[in-house]
Design a protein around this ligand. Structure first.
Ligand code: ZN
Ligand code: ZN
Length: 89
């Protein structure tokens, strides 16, 4: 046994960036989790926050080319999944 020093909360545990809800598989008929980027970091937004928080996308980074929020942070670059525009870190 390895002694534990307090509850272990992995920092990279995926969850909603707005409410902290852990990821789960959404209802196939409902909205999916949104993968986006905020302050250069990959984040997730749960279906509930998309529905209940009118300004849920306000804190997300936007593509400099098309203005979309469907971004992926990959190895320090931020890539737009809509138009393919890449922004270096
Ligand atoms: Zn949420
Ligand atoms: Zn774009």
């Amino acid at each position: 046994m390895v002694p534990l020093d307090g509850p272990h909360v992995p920092e990279d545990r995926p969850g909603c960036v707005l409410c902290g809800r852990a990821t789960y598989d959404p209802d196939k008929r409902g909205p999916a989790w949104v993968r986006a980027v905020a302050s250069g970091r990959q984040v997730l937004v749960c279906p509930e926050c998309q529905r209940e928080r009118s300004g849920w996308a306000d804190g997300l980074d936007r593509c400099a080319s098309c203005g979309g929020t469907r971004l992926s942070a990959i190895l320090g670059d931020v890539v737009c999944r809509d138009c393919g525009h890449t922004k270096g870190a």
